[in-house]
Design a protein. Structure first.
Length: 302
């Protein structure tokens, strides 16, 4: 393994950045439990708790690996893979799958239970977890980055590539669904535009970070990719919590402008597929469901 300085520098930067994102996740979880969880089913609340637990476990693994490199003298041999580092890759895969599953379920509900959209996304997401789990397990077995890069380096490349593809598919599907649900009202168009921009920004952050980690792994003979990989799981967890908490912002916007036409996304979907119904009843239903911003995730509506 060449260029130790670059490898250690990336790890020095990536480790505190990962802990910073963990702190952000803790704040977002606090906000969720105080203001946003009202009305959510136990499935969603459990998902939030599991994401937080996985993130804390991931932070512990990253901290132990960094301690071995910088404190106990393991930095003299960066080619050796700490077991906790291998486990952190598996935890990252699990967190990523949970985030992808949450977004896929949202797409499934808003698209009118369209399996042709959600099944390919979930299939690729599961394959990504399989690749990452194999990578972590094989790293534990080999205990050497150089040996792993030669014998099975393509597996990490495959896992990161699949993760990026899933991000792009989810972002594209959500943007397409939101665009189809536009109405002629200027106020509603403004709301949907804000949701489209939010979706694009949210998906771009995780996709760009994953691509950067992939490029560093493929093109560089060092551990710079780890500095980026440390933060991937935390970006996904933060994106899910940001999505859940964003509903509270939309709810406050609705309360401040009662005639804004801000509606539950499931109502928007119903409106888009019911264009043959009279206009007045549709408007009445929309107003009646103004306060149900969060229920597009409600698993009780299967």
């Amino acid at each position: 393994m060449t260029n130790q300085e670059a490898s250690l520098g990336a790890i020095i930067i990536g480790t505190p950045l990962a802990f910073l994102l963990t702190g952000m996740l803790l704040v977002q979880c606090y906000i969720y439990w105080k203001t946003s969880r009202s009305g959510d089913t136990w499935h969603i609340q459990s998902l939030v708790a599991i994401l937080l637990l996985l993130d804390l476990i991931h932070s512990m693994f990253v901290w132990i690996a960094s301690w071995k490199w910088f404190v106990t003298g393991r930095e003299k041999d960066l080619d050796k893979i700490p077991v906790t580092l291998s486990l952190s890759i598996i935890v990252t895969a699990i967190s990523t799958l949970m985030a992808h599953s949450m977004y896929s379920w949202r797409i499934f509900k808003l698209s009118g239970r369209n399996y042709w959209i959600t099944l390919p996304i979930m299939t690729l997401a599961v394959l990504r977890v399989v690749a990452a789990t194999f990578s972590g397990g094989y790293m534990i077995h080999l205990k050497s980055f150089e040996t792993f890069r030669v014998t099975a380096g393509w597996v990490i490349s495959l896992g990161l590539a699949l993760s990026c593809i899933v991000d792009v598919l989810i972002t594209g599907a959500m943007m397409a669904i939101l665009r189809r649900t536009r109405v002629k009202s200027l106020t509603m168009d403004s709301v949907i535009d804000s949701l489209i921009i939010y979706t694009l920004e949210n998906g771009s952050v995780t996709a760009i970070t994953t691509v950067a980690s992939l490029v560093c792994w493929v093109a560089m003979d060092n551990l710079i990719f780890l500095g980026l990989h440390f933060v991937i799981a935390k970006l996904y967890a933060n994106s899910v919590l940001a999505m859940l908490n964003y509903r509270q912002f939309l709810r406050r916007t609705s309360e401040s402008r009662p005639r804004s036409g801000l509606v539950d996304m499931e109502v928007i979907r119903l409106r888009s597929v019911s264009s043959s119904t009279p206009k007045i009843p549709v408007v009445a239903v929309t107003i009646n469901r103004t306060m149900q911003m969060h229920t597009d995730f409600d698993t009780r509506r299967k």
